[in-house]
Design a protein. Structure first.
Length: 211
């Protein structure tokens, strides 16, 4: 996981509430054993035409398929983003596609945890503030949003400014690029010393075998 602090990008406005994890990454793609490549399947059903002679082809009306949103690192969405099942693949799909932050009024708890562990900044703002940013990005695809994780501020190129809250521990992990494995490896020398001591004691005093 890479450290993240300052992020400036145009944004993709996904004006839908209750976006669930089955829409973020449909269940048929959960059988993959890798943690990469899920970006191709992000919002798979929404990105494709579902009926008619062009079924399965990219839907030009869906926001992620519009060329002017290509390369955006920020997603703006409605309330309760990431609801549904607890699949971590949803976070993998978003980050693999290129998103490093999601702005929404609220997030499902398990998704909130999974996203943080995979290097994403989740910014909770009021519904009114989210709607303002949503409308600005819809009207102007070049609308630029800047996030400062250290200062916990979000601004845009039209004068918007807001503070957001984040758990101090999650903030520390994001700033230092630490996932669960990285947190454990901070104690690598102590773990190695324990293993050496444990092995030495075990071989000097082996457990008695059953008769």
């Amino acid at each position: 996981m890479h450290p993240i602090n300052l992020l400036a990008s145009h944004a993709v406005p996904l004006d839908r509430p209750n976006v669930d994890t089955d829409q973020i990454i449909p269940k048929q793609f959960l059988k993959r054993i890798e943690r990469t490549g899920y970006g191709d399947f992000l919002f798979y059903d929404w990105r494709r035409i579902q009926e008619g002679p062009h079924t399965g082809e990219p839907d030009p009306g869906f926001v992620l398929n519009k060329h002017h949103h290509k390369g955006a690192k920020i997603l703006i969405a409605g309330k309760n983003f990431g609801c549904g099942s607890s699949r971590e693949h949803a976070a993998w799909a978003l980050t693999d596609f290129g998103f490093l932050a999601v702005i929404a009024p609220s997030f499902a708890d398990i998704f909130f945890s999974n996203a943080g562990k995979n290097g994403m900044i989740l910014v909770r703002l009021s519904e009114a503030d989210v709607q303002t940013l949503m409308e600005r990005s819809e009207k102007n695809p070049a609308h630029k949003i800047s996030i400062n994780l250290e200062a916990q501020t979000l601004t845009d190129d039209q004068g918007f400014s807001s503070h957001f809250d984040i758990d101090p521990f999650r903030k520390y992990c994001l700033l230092n690029g630490l996932d669960d494995i990285g947190l454990t490896l901070r104690h690598e020398s102590e773990l190695d010393a324990f293993e050496i001591k444990h092995d030495a004691e075990f071989w000097m005093n082996p457990r008695p075998t059953a008769a």
